[in-house]
Design a protein around this ligand. Structure first.
Ligand code: 6PG
Length: 242
């Protein structure tokens, strides 16, 4: 595997490594530009890393200089059990001295209208084509999605499109979503996927070593290559010998 892939013993060690990666990215961004723009991943994998960040001693990260964004959101209220914002708020945002004005929630309860609204905020914050987020955390679905990009139909050609409304495939409990686009993600200075669990092994192998056009068109494959992403994975998700 390439040097872009950090294989850890298990999910706790992946969470430790992810915590350290966020701390390092924050230190570098704040030292260089006085601010750390961080796009959070949703789902369940990042929970342990967020909890570890919340448990850090107060001055390890200057949270007043952190601005939090979201890679995607389900179209539910922010207090809904399946809200990515709710997950981040419960595990991290409510537990660190992060000014609420620094939290840029996707107002996905508004439905598709939330996409242009978030797009306007992104465009106002990050001048066109300039780098944007200092770090984007991403997860990997067993179907090869990431953020809420489920197929190449979710990849608008217009580079000005930074956020879109998406409908997840049948089988997902919350299908209407808002997602950053590959254009928005590709403008990040760094992107890191967090992947754990044996159920992700085949998908991770296909994404890391695409052997067909179908594999190369998996959203996570496209994002990984356009973002020059790094990976923090556990042995269960990796095809390396234990
Ligand atoms: C979401 C996430 C999604 C997630 C993957 C992996 O809103 O569901 O943004 O892209 O990262 O589905 O989810 P798990 O970490 O729960 O396996």
């Amino acid at each position: 595997m390439s040097d872009r892939i950090d294989i850890r013993a298990g999910a706790p060690e992946v969470a430790d490594a992810a915590r350290d990666r966020v701390v390092h990215a924050a230190e570098r961004a704040i030292a260089a530009r006085g601010v750390f723009h961080w796009a959070l991943a949703g789902g369940s994998t990042p929970k342990a890393a967020y909890a570890r960040l919340a448990a850090l001693p107060p001055r390890v990260i200057d949270w007043t200089r952190v601005r939090v964004w979201f890679g995607d959101e389900r179209c539910v209220p922010p207090d809904h059990a399946e809200s990515n914002f709710r997950m981040a708020a419960d595990t991290l945002l409510s537990r660190v001295p992060l000014p609420s004005s620094n939290i840029h929630r996707i107002q996905a309860e508004l439905g598709p209208a939330a996409a242009p609204s978030y797009e306007s905020l992104l465009a106002a914050t990050f001048p066109h084509a300039a780098p944007s987020f200092d770090l984007v955390l991403l997860g990997l679905g067993v179907d090869g999605h990431t953020a809420s990009l489920f197929s190449t139909a979710d990849f608008p050609p217009d580079p000005a499109r930074l956020a879109i409304s998406v409908v997840a495939p049948p089988g997902y409990s919350i299908r209407p979503r808002i997602s950053l686009t590959h254009h928005a993600l590709a403008r990040a200075r760094a992107a890191v996927f967090l992947v754990t669990g044996h159920e992700k092994r085949d998908t991770l192998a296909r994404v890391l070593q695409p052997s067909s056009d179908q594999d190369r068109s998996l959203p996570a494959s496209i994002i990984a290559s356009t973002c020059h992403a790094r990976w923090i994975v556990d042995r269960d998700a990796s095809d390396h010998e234990r």
